[in-house]
Write a protein that binds this ligand. Structure first.
Ligand code: C2E
Ligand code: CA
Ligand code: CA
Ligand code: CA
Length: 276
């Protein structure tokens, strides 16, 4: 039994070493990705439910790795968060989004806003408003062209400080959305204090919305509550006509998901906006 225990222990530590090594390798790769400018943004259209008009686009980062190809953010965002590299990546993401917004405005490409995801670390940076406003100024981007998405759980890490920073961003004229709504454990009394314009219903509630009465109830209640607080609702991960129909019937304002479009390269997004 002792030997078996020791073997299990050795296996366990070996796995830990492997995980740690992979993590370190990823961290080093991300550092060189920053240096070599290997991050790109894809853009997913957000469609107004009633009119079918594209109102905004969510900017979603990808790492264009020379070896691995296009790498999904799910594979590197959490490591970037833990290592602190997310601050630099996040700033660069914001610059790319502003650059794109300015180019599209100048070229007369029709769109209202680009939505950018913030990480918890960025939200905890006291100088975040100054950083963002100086980037917007240097690209000639009006704050009204930008929306920021923060998740419920990251705002709840430091609720008082989050309310303050979000208030500053809001007063600058930037729209705010709570991402992945319903998956965190935000208290509804804090929600009242957050100066946000939109709630995004998480994809996990949309997925089985036609078959799971609980998910349907959560989605309907979120829409009703958001509206009575004067906020708009975006549903994410809408893939089917039936999901769309349910959400539209319940009064959901904006729809995002594969049903309309997957995230697109800047070039494809531009073509999509021009023909929309
Ligand atoms: P998220 O903010 O919840 O973004 C939505 C994710 O759902 C995106 O995955 C999008 O491609 C995917 N999606 C959209 N519509 C559908 C659909 O109809 N069906 C399905 N199955 N999926 C759909 P993506 O691009 O892989 O991004 C994953 C996550 O990575 C994001 O989740 C966000 O948390 C994070 N992320 C992406 N870009 C950034 C960024 O620039 N900064 C930060 N901090 N996080 C980012
Ligand atoms: Ca998001
Ligand atoms: Ca989400
Ligand atoms: Ca998510």
């Amino acid at each position: 039994a002792k030997a078996a225990g020791r073997n299990t222990y050795q296996m366990f530590t070996k796995e830990m070493h492997t995980a740690a090594r992979q993590r370190l390798a990823m961290e080093n790769n991300l550092r060189s990705a920053i240096t070599n400018d290997e991050f790109v943004l894809h853009y997913q259209p957000q469609v107004e439910a009633i009119t079918g008009k594209v109102t905004g686009l969510e900017a979603l980062v990808r790492w264009q790795s020379p070896e691995a190809g296009l790498v999904s953010p799910d594979l590197f965002i959490s490591i970037a968060e833990e290592s602190g590299l997310i601050l630099e990546i996040g700033r660069h993401v914001f610059e790319m989004a502003c650059d794109q917004a300015a180019k599209w405005k100048k070229a007369g490409v029709p769109f209202e806003k680009i939505s950018v995801n913030l990480s918890a670390r960025q939200l905890q940076q006291p100088e975040l408003p100054e950083i963002l406003s100086s980037i917007m100024a240097s690209y000639g981007v009006e704050p009204g062209m930008i929306e920021l998405e923060v998740t419920e759980s990251m705002t709840m890490e430091r609720p008082v400080e989050s309310v303050r920073i979000l208030g500053v961003l809001k007063s600058m004229g930037i729209d705010l959305a709570i991402d992945d709504f319903g998956t965190g454990y935000s208290s509804l009394s804090y929600l009242k204090l957050f100066p946000v314009d939109k709630l995004k219903i998480d994809r996990s509630f949309v997925k089985d919305i036609e078959t799971d009465p609980d998910d349907a109830a959560i989605a309907s209640a979120t829409i009703a509550m958001a509206h009575s607080l004067g906020k708009k609702v975006v549903a994410e991960g809408v893939e089917t006509a039936a999901q769309l129909e349910f959400l539209v019937q319940e009064g959901c304002d904006i729809i995002q998901g594969y049903f309309f479009s997957k995230p697109l390269s800047a070039e494809d997004a531009e073509a999509y906006l021009k023909k929309a």
